[in-house]
Write a protein that binds this ligand. Structure first.
Ligand SMILES: [Fe+2]
Length: 409
């Protein structure tokens, strides 16, 4: 066993072997959900890539499995050689340490391996993992296994958002699953009144993941540190479709004074006049198909550029991620990823995971904005107060929304 370098070695001498049944159950539960999410798809959907940012469902299923091999099974290399050496080239996402790979925008050109072969690959790797788990895991190996599951859950959210983009941007706009009652939660109206604000007094506040070996957090959430915050107010509810419609009706997409220069260039070039999935007939595309836009549901699939322009128009601003984290325990959150005014940057004292996972977060800390919260598409149990999601300011295919902030009332 080679210890994964991305977990603390200080606990290795005293770590107990972790009880296998619990690990095996969690591994099976998380891994099987990825396949279940693809069940409503037609075979033709699995290999399509509608834009460079949205990977084909088949690629997600294969890449997450490749990740399990590289970051967990590789720890037990002698007994478990790689399933297929060509998969390094096909299913490596962005790990330079793992060599050359298919260009990101060409993932949709892979008609082989077939869907059946990818599913067999998943089963093969899962069986090997189960065998390893049954022999018992040290706490270090368990941490490596947990990273594979957290990674899988991140891809499950992408599976849904990428699939929505795949289906929702083609001429027939087919439903992902028209009959799934649970999908009604996708655009559920808000409960808090849009007029309610939370006032937060100035002070020295703690930011970042505070757990010391307990619970999982990515490297980008560490270390915990203190920041001084001036007093501020943050709204208890997200911005609704109705509010965003008022921004449209007031010519929001025709007023360059509301937009950053970079954003306005995009608006002009793409001739954007409304959010992704909105029609001019008061409807929008949802996972259950095209339906009327609920006026009191949170506006969704908003880019950072749009969030900023809306706030400029409404006389608000976006909260910083520090403000968000301090206020969030007093807010209802988890419906949408909420854009913040904070650039995605390392916390003071940031240390990336070592080993393969060194490339997981740190190298993306430029030219992106932080989003906080969680969304309808986030797997249950994957959300966390200190979680730092990040996307470029143009990205709008995630379940992203707007929570306004303003000066202390
Ligand atoms: Fe990945």
């Amino acid at each position: 066993l080679r210890l994964p370098a991305f977990v603390s070695k200080t606990r290795s001498e005293v770590s107990p072997m972790i009880e296998p049944a619990r690990s095996a159950h969690r591994f099976r539960a998380v891994r099987s959900r990825s396949v279940a999410l693809c069940r409503p798809l037609a075979l033709e959907d699995y290999s399509c890539q509608p834009m460079p940012d949205a990977s084909p469902p088949k690629w997600h299923l294969a890449h997450t499995t490749w990740f399990v091999e590289k970051t967990f099974l590789a720890l037990f290399e002698a007994s478990t050689p790689a399933t297929d050496p060509t998969y390094d080239y096909l299913f490596n996402s962005y790990y330079e340490s793992q060599g050359a790979r298919v260009a990101r925008h060409l993932r949709g050109t892979l008609s082989r391996p077939t869907v059946a072969e990818v599913l067999a690959y998943r089963q093969h790797v899962d069986e090997r993992v189960q065998q390893v788990i049954e022999r018992g895991l040290s706490s270090e190996a368990l941490a490596a296994l947990e990273l594979t599951l957290q990674h899988e859950q991140q891809h499950q959210e992408l599976l849904l958002t990428d699939t929505k983009y795949l289906l929702g941007t083609q001429p027939l706009r087919p439903a992902y699953d028209a009959d799934d009652a649970e999908l009604a939660a996708e655009h559920r109206p808000l409960e808090a009144s849009v007029g309610d604000w939370l006032d937060v007094a100035e002070g020295l506040r703690e930011l970042g993941f505070r757990g010391d070996g307990d619970g999982f957090a990515f490297d980008n959430e560490r270390p915990a540190h203190r920041v001084w915050l001036r007093d501020f107010s943050i709204r208890k509810s997200l911005v609704t479709n109705q509010e965003y419609q008022a921004f449209l009706d007031d010519g929001g997409y025709q007023r360059p004074d509301l937009w950053h220069a970079e954003a306005w260039a995009v608006i002009e070039q793409e001739k954007r006049t409304k959010p992704l999935y909105w029609t001019d007939e008061g409807t929008h595309y949802t996972l259950r198909g095209v339906s009327p836009r609920p006026p009191h549901a949170p506006v969704t699939h908003i880019s950072y550029h749009e969030a900023h322009a809306f706030c400029s128009w409404a006389g608000f601003r976006l909260p910083t991620e520090a403000e968000w984290e301090v206020a969030a325990p007093s807010l209802a959150w988890g419906q949408r990823w909420e854009w913040t005014a904070s650039a995605y940057a390392p916390y003071p004292g940031f240390r990336p995971f070592a080993g393969v996972a060194a490339e997981y977060n740190g190298k993306f800390m430029v030219s992106q904005q932080v989003l906080r919260g969680a969304s309808f598409a986030t797997p249950a149990g994957h959300e966390r107060l200190t979680y730092r999601n990040f996307f470029p300011p143009t990205a709008c295919w995630q379940y992203s929304g707007i929570r306004p902030a303003r000066a202390f009332a």
